[in-house]
Design a protein around this ligand. Structure first.
Ligand SMILES: [Zn+2]
Length: 289
């Protein structure tokens, strides 16, 4: 590490989180020793500096990956040797080739998409996969990867740094209100509820949410509560319909999506998409998808 870089990091290490550097397009925040959140073009990557190498998450695409590489070079001279993919969605997994020496690490379900990628966004090689969990030691930082089942996609890897109390998740919640219903195309509502519940119960200082620059826990906790309330709203209705007439279950769900309301959330952005949430949660309950 060059001397001035080391001094710069020592100088700011006592503040948290620290805006390490900010330009029009990028924001680098230091979360703990050797741990950074680098926000660029609507994606935030975790950057963990090890003794001789660097671990990052979600390169997103080649254009962003090139800028990310130059931002990381301002933090450390160590090369990026590990890229963790938070899930298989193609807008998150592109650009890994900008780091040709890096090992790409993902949940094993990502391999299901190798033949289903017309734009060629998936890395050519996934070097390491895991099933339930995997721990990667990066100098002073332990990087845990956890899979809790389908959530936004099937190959979901939640990143957790237990010492630094940092978690990284993708596409589970937005800064304000509800994620627009149109973005729930590949969301398993039960899996998302389970994941949010895990995250909300971890002892965290920071929650990196890939499409946001925010690191606080407020949106995470609020969305977790919303998912719980949504589940508690629709489950008794579905159980009642199953007892009364299972053959009318699907029409009943469509009707519920128009009639059930959640007044507590009326002021939330995109509350008008509540019917999408009710349908998706109900269908997750009756057939899993
Ligand atoms: Zn996604």
């Amino acid at each position: 590490m060059k001397f001035f870089k080391k001094m710069a990091i020592i100088f700011i290490a006592t503040l948290s989180p620290t805006a390490f550097a900010q330009t029009k397009d990028s924001l680098v925040q230091e979360l703990a020793e050797n741990v950074y959140a680098v926000s660029l073009f609507n994606y935030t990557s975790l950057v963990v500096v090890g003794e001789e190498d660097v671990l990052i998450s979600d390169t997103a695409n080649s254009y962003r990956a090139k800028v990310l590489k130059s931002e990381i070079a301002k933090i450390t001279d160590n090369p990026v040797k590990k890229i963790v993919l938070t899930h298989e969605h193609f807008d998150h997994v592109g650009g890994t080739k900008i780091f040709p020496d890096a090992e790409v690490i993902a949940h094993s379900n990502i391999l299901e998409y190798e033949e289903l990628d017309p734009l060629g966004m998936l890395p050519e090689v996934i070097h390491k996969t895991f099933e339930k969990s995997l721990t990667i030691e990066m100098g002073t930082t332990s990087v845990e990867l956890h899979h809790f089942g389908a959530a936004d996609g099937l190959a979901v890897a939640v990143i957790y740094l237990p010492k630094e109390k940092v978690a990284v998740s993708a596409d589970m919640y937005v800064d304000e209100g509800l994620n627009p219903g149109v973005f729930l195309t590949d969301t398993n509502m039960l899996g998302s509820r389970a994941l949010l519940t895990k995250l909300a119960n971890w002892d965290l200082n920071y929650a990196i949410n890939v499409h946001s620059k925010r690191l606080d826990l407020v949106p995470l906790v609020a969305t977790q509560k919303f998912y719980d309330d949504l589940y508690d709203l629709v489950l008794p209705e579905i159980k009642a319909q199953l007892r009364a007439d299972p053959s009318r279950l699907v029409p009943r769900i469509l009707e519920m999506s128009e009639t059930l309301k959640m007044p507590k959330y009326e002021s939330w952005q995109n509350y008008q998409d509540l019917p999408v949430y009710i349908r998706k949660m109900s269908f997750a309950i009756i057939h899993g998808g």
